[in-house]
Design a protein around this ligand. Structure first.
Ligand code: AMP
Length: 463
């Protein structure tokens, strides 16, 4: 970072600190080209590498790029320097929702609006196979139209690492939002655990205090595991009933989102502070082909599913393999040239493995091992730097959307590149949706084209 002017990577001017988590500091920043306000979360790379989380974080970042919803804080891009990882995030101007509660609890009507937005975000993420697992007040932010923005969706690796660091009991302080099955460290269903946390959040919104609290941690655990709480008298019967079903200590009988949405309390009408400004972002257009306002609660599920089904028809720069946010080359590249090739595919993992096996047989590559979704391949003859070896690893970004990473683990880079170019790429042509390295080229070409035509004016911030 240029310390004097606080310019990051020639792209963002860093301003005041907005907050601090266990793992990161968050700063206000402005995109120097577009003028857009963003928040930049700066993470210490050493720390995450030390606890062995880099691969998990890499995977979760790619998942976050798939998650696009008006009530989920958007990750625009990820950058890295030698010692830091930078998450460039949508800026939530309104700050934390719970700063508002500290000034007074909400009426049920006001709480319902936020709750609708929370459930909409959570339902959307669950439909993509993404679970938050750490929903709590710090993760609920507001934009300048008073719309809820859930942050850190998909970044559970960072939450996990808090635990590995032993910080949960110190800095995070309270497990008050965590479901009993998570506390007891049994295997748990991420969606049910998130529903519990939403129940605690709903209680806090209307009561102004936590349902489970006790200065003694053991006693607090006991109360959570038995769902021992009392609602204030002012709570409506319908609200009590919904909370009772959400704060069910047995995850197997806990109410699912579909039934939360059919509950009497949830379905009561509300009309409060309609937003002044219409958000007209690429994401909104993506939802249904035309702009929707950011608090028109959701792209309906069928519309979203259509988006997934129509992935290849979307603006290529809007989605994962072609998005800047997915460019983690700084983070993971070798000093002398890229040793990884990544492509996305909509074929199932078995088909990808079968194709790789077929290719290996044809090229007489030895299949050394298939372990945890990694296929290890080795050339039969020694090259100039020993036997060429490569790993093929599959990551599931969404149920029908995979990322395949090919990585040289031994041998000469030029021999490897030749193998990829002459053999692997043509052989996989039919199953590849996009090669990530092609994105670099395409993006460079487009950026060059844009620069030649008309430099972007420093337009108004999007928010
Ligand atoms: P975190 O590390 O995500 O828990 O962030 C720490 C604090 O920084 C949060 O509790 C917020 O107060 C603030 N913060 C994080 N992200 C943003 C954002 N995108 N916009 C505004 N404030 C943020």
């Amino acid at each position: 970072m240029d310390e004097r002017r606080n310019i990051l990577m020639d792209r963002y001017e860093i301003g005041r600190q907005l907050g601090q988590g266990n793992f990161a500091k968050v700063y206000y920043a402005r995109n120097l080209t577009s003028g857009q306000a963003v928040a930049i979360k700066i993470i210490d790379k050493d720390k995450v590498t030390r606890v062995g989380l880099i691969v998990q974080i890499k995977r979760e970042i790619s998942i976050m790029r798939l998650v696009r919803h008006p009530n989920v804080l958007q990750l625009f891009e990820v950058m890295a320097s030698k010692s830091k990882i930078y998450f460039v995030l949508e800026y939530a101007k309104g700050g934390e929702l719970f700063n508002k509660i500290s000034k007074g609890k909400f009426s049920e009507d006001v709480a319902r609006r936020y709750f609708h937005q929370l459930i909409s975000a959570v339902e959307y993420c669950h439909s993509r196979g993404v679970y938050h697992r750490d929903l709590k007040p710090e993760n609920l932010l507001l934009d300048d139209n008073d719309n809820l923005k859930v942050s850190d969706f998909g970044l559970s690796a960072l939450a996990e690492s808090k635990r590995q660091d032993g910080l949960l009991h110190t800095t995070c302080g309270t497990p008050a939002y965590v479901a009993p099955e998570v506390l007891s460290r049994r295997g748990y269903d991420g969606s049910k655990a998130d529903i519990w946390s939403c129940g605690v959040i709903l209680f806090v919104l209307v009561a102004g205090y936590l349902p489970f609290h006790d200065p003694n941690l053991i006693e607090l655990y006991r109360k959570i595991s038995k769902a021992e709480y009392r609602c204030p008298r002012s709570f409506s019967v319908e609200l009590k009933d919904l909370l009772f079903r959400m704060l069910d200590p047995d995850p197997s009988t806990r109410i699912p989102i579909s039934r939360i949405k059919r509950s009497t309390w949830y379905r009561k009408p509300f009309e409060l502070n309609p937003p002044k400004v219409k958000h007209d972002t690429a994401r909104d257009k993506v939802c249904n082909g035309e702009a929707t306002t950011s608090n028109s609660r959701e792209c309906s599920n069928s519309e979203e599913n259509q988006v997934l089904q129509n992935l290849p028809n979307m603006n290529a720069f809007d989605i994962i393999s072609l998005s800047t946010g997915f460019d983690l080359s700084n983070l993971f590249e070798e000093k002398y040239g890229r040793k990884e090739e990544r492509f996305t595919t909509r074929q199932p993992a078995e088909t990808v493995f079968a194709k790789l096996h077929e290719l290996a047989e044809r090229l007489k590559l030895k299949i050394k091992k298939k372990d945890n979704g990694v296929l290890k391949l080795a050339a039969p003859k020694e090259g100039i730097k020993g036997f060429l070896e490569l790993d093929a690893e599959i990551f599931e970004l969404a149920p029908s959307f995979l990322l395949v990473e090919l990585k040289k683990t031994n041998g000469d880079t030029i021999e490897y590149k030749k193998l990829v170019k002459d053999e692997i790429r043509p052989a996989l042509k039919d199953m590849v949706w996009a090669w990530q390295s092609d994105r670099h080229q395409q993006q460079e070409q487009i950026m060059q084209g844009e620069q030649q035509q008309s430099p972007l004016p420093p337009g108004p911030p999007q928010q």
